[in-house]
Design a protein around this ligand. Structure first.
Ligand SMILES: Cc1cc2nc3c(=O)[nH]c(=O)nc-3n(C[C@H](O)[C@H](O)[C@H](O)COP(=O)(O)OP(=O)(O)OC[C@H]3O[C@@H](n4cnc5c(N)ncnc54)[C@H](O)[C@@H]3O)c2cc1C
Length: 264
């Protein structure tokens, strides 16, 4: 069981650690999760990320940021990576990486885009594509906390939480089965999917880009002061944050993470 620690979250303060791939999970046709064994991992909070560094035999290095998908209490660190066309690092992580492979990472990084169970108020998560990754860490942390609450005292405890998740197509929905399972626990979590590039026959869910009407109908009223976390491609994040402010949500309660290019 990894200890929860608070470490200065500046990347420069972090040493590079060696991660060994223990498991490879195909999440969708273009997205894979890597379960990593990272000895002396200092612990993390839900929402944080790592820097991954790949070194080629000739010494050439490439470095990118990846959110941590696993909950803080998990024994191993999980990253979930979407393969991008001509992507230098994602083509390795989401394509070639095999069990037993090793690469370097450092972290955890980022103290801003973090959710912990002691934060009060409803939880409203908005994700686009692989932007769901840090939000999944939050939902996994929340699920563990709800289990504990229910075991300890409050049998039927519920805490309102909603995930509004935008994916291109049904096949592209990352963590689909696990999200269904988490929403099926009856602990207050609702998962709402919207598909932006066509829906399968019989689909009864939403099928358009996230807009003001969707945020109003699927989100929480501003006076309930929900904690809002938005993550995904830059345009989605900026439009959603702007619209939620327009709808009356306090900017203090809106946290954003953009998955733009991070090449170094
Ligand atoms: C804090 C943070 C956390 C992140 N977490 C994750 C994560 O959990 N999972 C994940 O899959 N990605 C994540 N990313 C994005 C990741 O860091 C890389 O940008 C992505 O994997 C592409 O790297 P690459 O080397 O494969 O592509 P590159 O070789 O850098 O780029 C290939 C092509 O894709 C374009 N491109 C690069 N990055 C992106 C992007 N993010 N979106 C759209 N086009 C892009 C480039 O402009 C270029 O044309 C995160 C980014 C940040 C800032």
């Amino acid at each position: 069981m990894l200890q929860q620690t608070t470490v200065a979250s500046s990347p420069l303060k972090k040493q590079w650690l060696t991660a060994t791939v223990r498991e490879v999970i195909d999440e969708t046709p273009r997205v894979r999760s890597l379960v990593l064994d990272v000895p002396s991992w200092p612990g993390h909070r839900a929402g944080q990320h790592v820097d991954v560094r790949l070194t080629a035999p000739d010494g050439y290095q490439a470095q990118r940021s990846y959110s941590i998908a696993s909950a803080p209490a998990a024994d191993m660190i999980t990253l979930t990576v979407e393969m991008l066309p001509d992507g230098e690092v994602s083509s390795y992580l989401a394509g070639e990486a095999r069990v037993g492979d090793r690469f370097e990472l450092r972290g955890p990084i980022g103290g801003y885009f973090v959710w912990t169970p002691d934060l009060e108020g409803p939880l409203f998560l908005v994700g686009g594509g692989s932007g769901v990754v840090p939000l999944m860490a939050m939902l996994r942390e929340r699920a563990a906390n709800m289990m504990m609450l229910r075991e300890r005292a409050a049998k039927g405890a519920t805490q309102p939480a909603r995930l509004l998740f935008s994916s291109r197509s049904y096949e592209d929905i990352i963590y689909r089965a696990e999200l269904e399972q988490l929403a099926g626990r009856g602990d207050g979590l609702n998962v709402i999917h919207t598909l932006t590039r066509g829906a399968p026959a019989g689909w009864t869910g939403l099928s358009r880009r996230i807009d003001a009407m969707m945020l109003t109908e699927q989100g929480f009223a501003p006076d309930l002061m929900p904690r809002i976390f938005i993550c995904g491609p830059t345009p989605l994040v900026e439009t959603t944050a702007f619209t939620l402010r327009e709808l009356g949500h306090s900017p203090k309660l809106i946290k954003t993470e953009r998955f733009g290019p991070t090449g170094k």
